[in-house]
Design a protein around this ligand. Structure first.
Ligand SMILES: *Cc1c(COP(=O)(O)O)cnc(C)c1O
Length: 395
């Protein structure tokens, strides 16, 4: 049987993945490749991380049966409440895991990139907790549109460094962080915030996020007497909340997998981040995947209303699901995500992140049956997006 969950020893999911890095990064990447599984699967590490996830993050997050949403769409909708995690999104699952890993590797300095600021806040939080130096690279445009998260990172003691090249957003922040890592290879661990980057990062981050589907399984069993839903749905920027939500289901053929990408103004508008609709095979940020690029390999600037989905690639895990038709991909536009954000707020009293609202909108795009059990990952809360939402309320 093919497994979709695990890459091969070189970090390949089918034809996607690998580690394409400059020679100066080989020692770091190899150090990680050789040690990560042994460290993170050790009983001592698992206990330390699980204690933190329980008492510091607040896990297990609820699996909430959304009665009003279910009635409206004539099916059974369960929301996996990652929005209730400490710091407001799933990002903390990975940040804590990687900071613990960095400590085991003897690193004193942590760098990270961030888009919406959620990964930056999560990393700064974990570094404050464990007394490590923290530097966060963030696109200049994102710094302007995510001011509350920038303030939180600074209050937590992190240094926020603007990325001023390209579109001044997430992909440029990743480039800056990789550059820093090359210059500070021995002292520094780079905490990538999604299932992207050179092997072993996609697998490392997927393992730390897999707690999401691990919990869904026992929570569903408790609620409806079976572990597997009919559908799991998540939004995909780089794909970490989606990889975590899909992880324990991708190799269960009865579970249908749905990924929601950011359509921006529309797939054919020239302002989009719908990678599987627009992309081709290429190498971005150290791994081979599907990338939005011109014929001569220049990365095309993405657009999404949500900073967390504003990325011109997807992780190799998801590229492989797409290539093999294991997952169905939807492109959800800015205005559609906004519509679903307001719908959830008014129907259930939950203000979701704009990113998560892309996943919610699949309810309007696909017909589910009365008996279907549909689990949607609510990856984060909407506090950081209030400025965008207010523009609509005030209209
Ligand atoms: C960062 C973020 C995302 C997108 O990142 P993935 O790696 O694709 O999960 C989605 N939702 C929220 C709330 C985020 O903060």
């Amino acid at each position: 049987m093919t497994t979709y969950r695990n890459p091969d020893e070189n970090g390949y999911y089918g034809e996607f993945g690998g580690a394409f890095v400059p020679e100066m990064l080989y020692p770091n990447v190899e150090e990680l490749q050789q040690n990560y599984i042994e460290i993170i699967e050790s009983e001592e590490f698992k206990k330390e991380l699980n204690d933190l996830l329980k008492d510091y993050v607040g896990r297990a997050t609820p699996l909430y049966f959304a009665k009003n949403l279910s009635e409206k769409y004539g099916t059974n909708v369960y929301l996996k409440r990652e929005d209730l995690n400490h710091t407001g999104a799933h990002k903390i699952n990975n940040a804590l895991g990687q900071v613990l890993l960095a400590k085991k590797l003897g690193k004193k300095r942590i760098i990270a990139e961030t888009g919406a600021g959620q990964h930056g806040v999560a990393t700064a939080t974990a570094c404050a907790l464990m007394n490590l130096e923290c530097i966060v690279y963030m696109g200049e445009i994102d710094i302007a549109r995510q001011a509350p998260n920038v303030a939180r990172m600074k209050m937590l003691g992190a240094k926020v460094v603007p990325a001023t090249s390209g579109s001044k957003t997430l992909k440029d922040a990743v480039n800056e962080a990789l550059r820093d890592w090359i210059n500070n290879a021995t002292t520094t661990h780079y905490i990538i915030g999604s299932v992207v980057g050179p092997h072993p990062f996609p697998d490392l981050v997927a393992r730390f996020q897999s707690v999401i589907s691990e919990e869904i399984k026992w929570q569903l069993k408790e609620k409806i007497g079976r572990e597997n839903p009919d559908y799991v749905i998540a939004c995909v920027g780089g794909g970490s909340n989606a990889a975590g939500t899909f992880y324990h289901f991708v190799d269960e053929p009865s579970v249908k997998i749905i990924a929601a990408e950011a359509g921006g103004f529309g797939v054919n508008s020239g302002k989009s981040a719908a990678t599987t609709f627009l992309g081709t095979t290429g190498v971005l940020h150290g791994s081979k995947s599907i990338v939005m690029q011109t014929n001569d390999g220049q990365v095309i600037e993405p657009h999404s209303i949500s900073a967390g989905l504003d990325y011109p690639g997807i992780g190799p895990f998801h590229a492989n699901l797409f290539k093999n038709n294991r997952a169905e991909f939807f492109s959800i536009n800015d205005d559609e995500a906004l519509e679903s954000a307001f719908e959830l707020t008014r129907l259930e009293g939950i203000i979701p992140a704009l990113e998560s609202s892309h996943a919610l909108h699949v309810l309007k795009k696909k017909n589910f049956q009365k008996d279907d059990v549909v689990v949607i990952c609510l990856s984060g809360r909407g506090d950081k997006d209030m400025e965008t939402y207010l523009k609509i309320i005030d209209k």
